[in-house]
Design a protein around this ligand. Structure first.
Ligand code: OAD
Length: 239
């Protein structure tokens, strides 16, 4: 029987941006095979050697600035425009391809490459330019305290109150292009399922938390997600 979902959550990971030419983290050419997490993505690394960490993200910024959304991001826009329900995107990605595609209600739980946070006063501001440890905060004026607004290992995720509310109220939880190894995001499916949501995973291959999902769609997100969106829209028309 065709179902109508009043609240939909789409969790995305690096795989949704792969067809936009951005490297995932754990693939053969992935970022974590070229760099040590401990050197560039932990809060300890930032305090020990902030300029090394700034350089890493300074180098990443132009590529992410130039990246274009792909068919998977655009499928989410279509769903949000046509399905007429409450659809939120929880993303682990620090790129801004969801926004570039016109997605609404996007929650960057791991932060954003184009934001900087002051570790002294908490002020967050946007830039696509380079940042160094000598720069000072435009709000409090203190220098050497600016950090990419990216959640490093050892820090709390962003927007977790909102995320909890979304997971507890969604009727459909779709996970796209994430390996399911980084918690707490990898556990979101369990929460959504516990509160009664249907669960669908879209991925190239079996993931480590694959057994938690009710349905699996194997394939590239750029094809699989538009197909799923069309299926949901057809079901809604039939209902
Ligand atoms: P991973 O690199 O761990 O996983 C990417 C997933 O995408 C894999 O399961 C691939 O099979 C899948 N994939 C690749 N190309 C795809 C495609 N075209 N279509 C569909 N799926 C595809 O990336 P994440 O799961 O996002 O955290 O990693 C989670 C977190 O680990 C990241 O947010 C980052 C990292 O450490 C921080 O930086 C805080």
């Amino acid at each position: 029987m065709a179902k109508i979902y009043k609240n939909i959550v789409i969790l995305t990971g690096a795989g949704i941006s792969a067809e936009s030419g951005l490297a995932t983290f754990r693939s053969e050419n992935g970022l974590w095979n070229k760099h040590r997490v401990e050197d560039v993505a932990t809060i300890e690394a930032y305090w020990k050697n902030p300029d090394y960490v700034h350089d890493f993200y300074n180098q990443m910024r132009p590529e992410l600035f130039n990246a274009k959304p792909n068919a998977a991001h655009l499928a989410i826009t279509k769903l949000q425009e046509k399905y007429n329900s409450n659809i939120n995107v929880i993303t682990q990605n620090v790129d801004t391809l969801h926004e570039k595609a016109g997605n609404k209600n996007v929650w960057h739980i791991h932060g954003q490459i184009n934001q900087i946070v002051c570790m002294n006063c908490g002020h967050v501001f946007e830039t696509w330019g380079d940042v160094s440890s000598e720069d000072s905060c435009p709000h409090c004026g203190i220098s050497a305290m600016l950090k990419p607004n990216i959640v490093f290992f050892g820090e709390n995720l962003l927007y977790m109150d909102k995320v909890d509310e979304l997971l507890q109220t969604c009727n459909l939880f779709i996970s796209v292009g994430t390996s399911g190894v980084v918690y707490p995001a990898a556990g979101f499916v369990q929460v959504a399922k516990f509160y009664g949501a249907d669960t669908i995973e879209v991925n190239l291959e079996e993931t480590s938390n694959n057994y938690l999902f009710g349905r699996h769609i194997y394939g590239k997100a750029g094809k699989a997600l538009p197909d799923l969106v069309n299926e949901l829209l057809e079901q809604k028309e039939e209902a």
